[in-house]
Design a protein around this ligand. Structure first.
Ligand SMILES: *[C@@H]1O[C@H](CO)[C@@H](O)[C@H](O)[C@H]1NC(C)=O
Ligand SMILES: *[C@@H]1O[C@H](CO)[C@@H](O)[C@H](O)[C@H]1NC(C)=O
Ligand SMILES: *[C@@H]1O[C@H](CO)[C@@H](O)[C@H](O)[C@H]1NC(C)=O
Ligand SMILES: *[C@@H]1O[C@H](CO)[C@@H](O)[C@H](O)[C@H]1NC(C)=O
Ligand SMILES: *[C@@H]1O[C@H](CO)[C@@H](O)[C@H](O)[C@H]1NC(C)=O
Ligand SMILES: *[C@@H]1O[C@H](CO)[C@@H](O)[C@H](O)[C@H]1NC(C)=O
Ligand SMILES: *[C@@H]1O[C@H](CO)[C@@H](O)[C@H](O)[C@H]1NC(C)=O
Ligand SMILES: *[C@@H]1O[C@H](CO)[C@@H](O)[C@H](O)[C@H]1NC(C)=O
Ligand SMILES: *[C@@H]1O[C@H](CO)[C@@H](O)[C@H](O)[C@H]1NC(C)=O
Ligand SMILES: *[C@@H]1O[C@H](CO)[C@@H](O)[C@H](O)[C@H]1NC(C)=O
Ligand SMILES: *[C@@H]1O[C@H](CO)[C@@H](O)[C@H](O)[C@H]1NC(C)=O
Length: 418
């Protein structure tokens, strides 16, 4: 736990000029204490217990919503946090982020300008800023009962089950939702979708000494792949054959495409054009997502499209959705190599929060909350993608676990079809 007493501030006056954490001790103490808790997806309880206790201590009403997932073990206690002022849980605005982090967990460290630790950006930095901003507005009497609810879900990084449980249980539609994820303090305008296709070729096995009696699945697959033509599809993995003295009777490739239209449209086009080849089976692999557009406030913070998916896709209602938070997916590089490269590395480097950015974000969040409630900040839907999708799922021929997984993915991303 960090010390933020007056005497330490006083004694370290010369250091204080440098140590940015001292400019907002409450914010950074909250951030640090969250980072001390290991909350790897599926096992978020330590952070949930700490944060819910903190919010209660600050006078908010806190509801803990159980999240049960057939994917994570049933005996693990997992809970979404829903907190609000007074007794009115019907708020105009929901501020949201997630308590879970990607593995491996490692504890926080800091220097005068940065705080490092698993989840420092994604997303405990945004949580600390949202909570601090809301409490400051509450204490100043700017917000009251029914204005702002805080919702921190579990499972965002892996299952999407926390948000899905929450959305399913909510009995009203908030006017606005703002989700905090690392957007480098840009207003996110949206993200592209993605589809993975499994191309499997079936051959006939034969001994390698008499290959003419077999049909080699690897060759069949290699002949087939080019029929996709010059699309934006990329070949992600390929696997085939069993042992050296047999002609391969089976070969499988996973092909990925980043999409600007719903994943189902891409799938329909592909199956219509090349889905009829004998000995080739096409199927969709889990974790497809549709492109999604966020709402933005014109003339406020700068805007940018994001390369990753978020919990916002789980909302299947047409209300206003914004995505804004601190930190970068690739802080040390600031996106130099393009978004696709970024996706490959994000899980390892997403760990450093800039203190100054967090201090600024508290100001932006306060401005946002006050402005959206008093009508001076008005979000607009700026983008070519819709901001929500109706669900469309096809669960034929899947195991129970696959169906559960797919359902989570579909809800999370707002309507995948596998
Ligand atoms: C963090 O929690 C996960 C899930 O319980 C566990 O597998 C991992 O070993 C923990 N890491 C550390 C460093 O405690
Ligand atoms: C900065 O100040 C905080 C108190 O808010 C303290 O816990 C932390 O150790 C200080 N960091 C450095 C690098 O001195
Ligand atoms: C703090 O650490 C980060 C990297 O871990 C470094 O880039 C930054 O310059 C350091 N700041 C100071 C004031 O030493
Ligand atoms: C709760 O807050 C909402 C939104 O501000 C408001 O519409 C509603 O009337 C409030 N309900 C009660 C019981 O005060
Ligand atoms: C790909 O499809 C084949 C045939 O349906 C199936 O056996 C295989 O498990 C699938 N692979 C993946 C990674 O989904
Ligand atoms: C794909 O693009 C390349 C280079 O632009 C071109 O030479 C080739 O003919 C194209 N192939 C198809 C199948 O359109
Ligand atoms: C696919 O095959 C079926 C019958 O095997 C045929 O009716 C259909 O027209 C074919 N579709 C395409 C796109 O070639
Ligand atoms: C509305 O909110 C903004 C902050 O976004 C504030 O600057 C402004 O003074 C507020 N206006 C009124 C009339 O409350
Ligand atoms: C979206 O934002 C851009 C840049 O601010 C603006 O030129 C454009 O008109 C906006 N589009 C819509 C649909 O509002
Ligand atoms: C949202 O609104 C758009 C346009 O008004 C509509 O096409 C779409 O179906 C709506 N989505 C949902 C989930 O109601
Ligand atoms: C299930 O698989 C069988 C055999 O592969 C296929 O004929 C059938 O259409 C599939 N059903 C669904 C609902 O996809």
């Amino acid at each position: 736990m960090r010390s933020s007493t007056f005497s330490s501030v006083f004694l370290l006056a010369s250091v204080a000029a440098q140590n940015l954490s001292l400019q907002h001790p409450e914010l950074f103490s909250l951030h640090w204490r969250m980072l001390e808790q290991n909350s790897t997806s599926g096992f978020e309880t330590p952070t949930v217990d700490f944060l819910s206790g903190y919010l209660e201590d600050k006078g908010l009403t806190v509801e803990l919503q159980p999240v049960q997932s057939p994917i994570v073990a049933y005996n693990v206690r997992r809970q979404n946090i829903f907190a609000y002022i007074g007794s009115n849980r019907t708020c105009r605005l929901i501020l949201n982020s997630h308590t879970d982090v990607v593995p491996p967990y490692f504890p926080p460290t800091d220097n005068d300008t940065d705080v490092c630790g698993r989840g420092a950006n994604d997303a405990k930095g945004s949580i600390a800023c949202q909570v601090t901003a809301s409490l400051e507005l509450k204490d100043a009497g700017v917000i009251k009962e029914g204005d702002v609810c805080l919702m921190y879900d579990v499972g965002e990084e892996q299952y999407g089950d926390g948000m899905r449980t929450f959305v399913d249980s909510l009995t009203y539609t908030p006017e606005w939702i703002l989700t905090g994820e690392p957007t480098e303090s840009f207003q996110a305008t949206g993200h592209k979708g993605s589809i993975n296709i499994n191309v499997t070729a079936i051959g006939d096995t034969a001994h390698s000494s008499v290959p003419q009696y077999g049909r080699n699945a690897i060759l069949e697959l290699m002949n087939f792949i080019p029929s996709f033509g010059n699309t934006t599809l990329s070949l992600s993995s390929i696997r085939g054959g069993t042992i050296s003295n047999q002609v391969a009777d089976r070969a499988e490739a996973i092909v990925n495409s980043r999409v600007g239209v719903p994943a189902k449209e891409i799938w329909d086009i592909i199956t219509e054009q090349v889905g009829n080849v004998s000995n080739i089976i096409l199927s969709r692999v889990s974790a497809s997502s549709n492109p999604l557009a966020m709402d933005v406030i014109e003339g406020w913070l700068a805007k940018k499209i994001m390369p990753y998916g978020t919990d916002l896709g789980a909302w299947t209602i047409n209300n206003t959705k914004l995505l804004l938070g601190v930190g970068s997916m690739c802080l040390d590089e600031r996106f130099p190599q393009g978004k696709e490269k970024l996706l490959l590395v994000r899980r390892d480097i997403c760990y450093r929060a800039l203190c100054q950015e967090m201090i600024d974000m508290v100001v932006y969040y306060k401005e946002f909350v006050q402005g959206i409630l008093n009508g001076t900040l008005v979000p607009i839907h700026n983008g070519t993608f819709p901001s929500s999708y109706l669900l469309e799922t096809n669960t034929g021929n899947l195991t129970k676990r696959e169906i559960a997984m797919q359902d989570y993915e579909a809800r999370r991303y707002g309507g995948c079809m596998h």
